[in-house]
Design a protein around this ligand. Sequence first.
Ligand SMILES: [Zn+2]
Length: 262
Amino acid sequence: MRSRLLALVAVSLLASGCAAHGGETAQGRPGPSATTSGSGVTGGSGLSAAQLARIPHFPPAPPPKPVTVPAGASAGWYSAIPTDQPIAFITMDDGWTKDPRALPLLQAAHVPVTLFLEINAIKADPGYFTRLQQAGAVIEAHTISHPELKGKSYDVQKHEICGSADELGRLYGRRPLLFRPPFGDKDATTLRVVHDCGMKAAFFWKETTDKGIVRYQAGSKVKAGDILLMHFRPAFVDDFLAVLQAISAAGLTPALLEDYVN
Ligand SMILES: [Zn+2]
């Protein structure tokens, strides 16, 4: 009975795009699939020539035309940015698996990314994400302990949301302005707390990525303004390459989410 219940919970978490962390390898160490053999590895980055060759060449992103978050007592809520510009947004959540190839891959791809980091997932090695930040990644908030927020009291949500923004501000020198709720689940209280914690908007997604496969909420192609979700998981390299290729196949260019929210 208990194992059946756990299985159901696991399925529902996967379906919501934000898997339970228990299935991942020990914190900070990619699983065996993430290691590389000596042959074909390029320049000490741990990335093979074949992997580097999968990075698409994107046209330059157009000058951003940001959306204005609705005025009022609640933060904005978006699964995509309403735009006709040929762009899409790459977002990466949690931070449990710290694959050393993420930095050289990000540098080689040279695209903007937004990281929604969970404090408990990063606290063993916050410096890993400082290096990604120095390579252009922007760090935003995703709670302290990754609870289901929907239905929780204002104070519980405030502790998780404001607390994570405060800590990320201390760690990375910039207090987050954007938020992603764990599992993409929120209620009206969540959006009020995000606003009261000094942040502008919270986000769901249009595509999720796992084990190198992009899954679409609708259709089979990334559309202008879509927000793509992936995680710091053992398949980070394959997931990131799949996201880049999906955006490229749609004729779009990655843009920075922060540039599109006023
Ligand atoms: Zn998450």
